[in-house]
Design a protein around this ligand. Structure first.
Ligand code: SAM
Length: 201
């Protein structure tokens, strides 16, 4: 379930009207650096939910990772990925509601998806991430470190205490620190997280 004012039509309209200030236009440095230290490509299944134009998927695909999946409500950003990277497997482009996804993944990548959701969905997001990950799998990426914007629409910020409470039932906190290599507009405003799914959730 994902009852929210920010539904598929809302996001499609944002893309259609060019209101997409979150789009960095390229892979961001924290995720590039994280992927670069993963080692040579292997069979790990990687899901990028709320992926937007998915520059991370482009990077991973071009680096040779075969099992990269992107999910987004909106068609436009997925088409944009397909146009930039014609070799990206069409079957790995999931135009779907994150909360309806099924499957088992080794790694989930978070970047400005959590903050785009209605905050009432945060507990469901945490549980859904745990459901989609195998035991020992990881949720890795970036969360805003504190309040963001005027508050009447996305992005929505949050606090470290809130994040700990949301994710602790399902995850061990491997890394949960201010990011040192954020893109300029987000410098000093992001946490880099690496959360490992517990064996039992
Ligand atoms: C703020 S954008 C971030 C996009 C991307 N992560 C980036 O960093 O450029 C949020 C994205 O989440 C998508 N989205 C929002 N709710 C969703 C849901 N329930 N299921 C799938 N995608 C969703 C929107 O369509 C949008 O592309």
């Amino acid at each position: 379930m994902s009852e929210s004012n920010f539904d598929a039509a809302y996001w499609a309209a944002r893309y259609a009207t060019g209101q997409d200030p979150w789009d960095a236009g390229r892979i961001t440095e924290p995720l590039r650096a994280y992927f670069a230290q993963l080692g040579p490509p292997d069979q790990r299944r990687i899901l990028i939910p709320g992926a937007g134009r998915a520059y991370e998927a482009e990077y991973l695909h071009q680096a040779g990772w075969p099992n990269v999946f992107v999910a987004d409500f909106a068609a436009e950003p997925l088409q944009a990925l397909q146009q930039r990277v014609p070799g990206f497997p069409a079957a790995h482009l999931l135009q779907a509601d994150f909360f309806q996804l099924t499957g088992s993944f080794d790694l989930l990548v978070e970047q400005t998806f959590f903050c785009a959701l209605d905050p009432s969905l945060r507990p469901v997001y945490a549980r859904k991430c745990a459901e989609l990950l195998r035991p020992g799998g990881k949720l890795v990426g970036l969360l805003f470190d504190g309040p963001v914007g005027p508050g009447d629409g996305p992005p929505f910020g949050g606090t470290r205490a809130e994040y700990r409470q949301l994710f602790e039932p399902y995850f061990e906190f491997l890394h949960f620190e201010p990011a040192y290599n954020s893109i300029k507009p987000r410098q000093g405003r992001e946490l880099f997280i690496s959360l490992q799914r517990k064996a039992e959730v």
